[in-house]
Design a protein around this ligand. Structure first.
Ligand code: C5P
Length: 244
């Protein structure tokens, strides 16, 4: 993989409080990244203007607002997302097949009408905070997390979504059953030099995640918390470049 190909695979989760802090990182890292993830609290604070700001720095937007509603509402929202020119966005697969299909149809129709590239739709299966016990006791779902993630991923694939968000331990399982072009977006990435007391055991290094078949790596705090984020990005890329 060359430098550009690697840079396109690493997404920075810009989980910061407001546009001023966001702007600082965008300026600092605009030549180091292709895609920026905007999550719910930055978006709720700043609105669509934050998407425009990222575009103004020549970067693409992964809008991670995890839409989950009736098909009609998600379809209407998907049209607005498409008009914002985002590269990729998330919806919950547990909203059901009809919701996913309505979202996909709306994206394709809106993109054609607006003359823009259709954004990729990525499904969220089971949040990493939901374990087997919560699935069974609270949500009354009679499946283990692992197999439920596989079922929802298959529904996402057959409903026309472009990929799913997957944790490290789920990548292999999903790649095995679904088409190779179905994208796996993997958060919880921890470079080998970044070890934090509260880190989940599920975390993978960039190198491990790519070797397992991840298409995009999402990394936030290791870069945002660093006193030298540019240097941290270089170290992430260096680690990936040495994949045999
Ligand atoms: O932990 P970090 O700051 O690198 O997380 C980056 C992004 O990945 C966050 O926006 C978070 O929502 C997401 N994430 C996730 N599942 C995890 C860990 C992080 O979806 N297990």
């Amino acid at each position: 993989m060359d430098g550009k190909a690697i840079r396109d695979k690493v997404i920075l989760a810009l989980d910061v409080e407001n546009k001023d802090i966001a702007e600082k990182y965008l300026k600092l890292l605009e030549d180091k990244l292709s895609v920026i993830k905007i999550g719910s609290y930055l978006y709720t604070q700043e609105g669509p203007d934050i998407v425009k700001r990222v575009h103004d720095h020549g970067m693409k937007v992964f809008l991670d607002l995890k839409f989950h509603d009736i098909p009609h509402t998600v379809a209407k929202t998907a049209r607005i997302v498409t008009s914002l020119g985002v590269y990729m966005f998330t919806i919950h697969t547990s909203g059901g097949k009809e919701m996913m299909r309505a979202c996909k149809e709306s994206v394709l129709k809106s993109a054609e009408e607006l003359g823009v590239v259709p954004p990729k739709i990525v499904g969220v299966t089971v949040l990493s905070s939901i374990d087997d016990k919560i699935l069974k006791k609270e949500l009354k779902i009679g499946k283990k997390r692992r197999s439920y993630v596989k079922i929802l991923s298959a529904f996402a694939f057959y409903s026309g979504l472009d990929g799913v968000v997957a944790s490290g331990e789920e990548i292999k399982n999903i790649k095995k059953i679904l088409n190779k072009d179905f994208l796996l977006v993997v958060p919880g990435i921890r470079p080998s030099w970044f070890i934090e007391a509260d880190d989940q055991k599920k975390a993978l290094t960039p190198k491990e995640a790519l070797a397992l078949g991840a298409d995009y790596l999402v990394i936030g705090r290791p870069v945002l918390k660093s006193p030298d984020p540019r240097h941290e990005m270089d170290r992430v890329y260096e680690e990936i470049l040495h994949i045999k």
